[in-house]
Ligand binder design. Structure first.
Ligand SMILES: [Zn+2]
Length: 67
């Protein structure tokens, strides 16, 4: 694993793990990190992360349970 642990940043907003908890993702063989604040975007509006995470067009947005 060549992810250097000293500088992990959210793939979307570039927050560091010192700023906010980061969650590890794998996408198409790539290792990515996303922060807890951007995770809802990935779940509910993955198309907003197009260009940052590959193949977001293949992800079906999850519906809000309270709708
Ligand atoms: Zn983020």
């Amino acid at each position: 694993m060549n992810t250097h642990t000293a500088e992990l940043h959210c793939v979307n907003c570039h927050a560091s793990e010192q700023d906010t908890p980061l969650l590890h993702l794998r996408s198409n063989g790539n290792e990515l990190w996303i922060c807890s604040q951007c995770l809802p975007t990935l779940i509910h509006a993955p198309q907003k992360l197009a260009g940052k995470i590959e193949h977001t067009d293949r992800i079906k947005p999850a519906p809000h349970h309270h709708e």
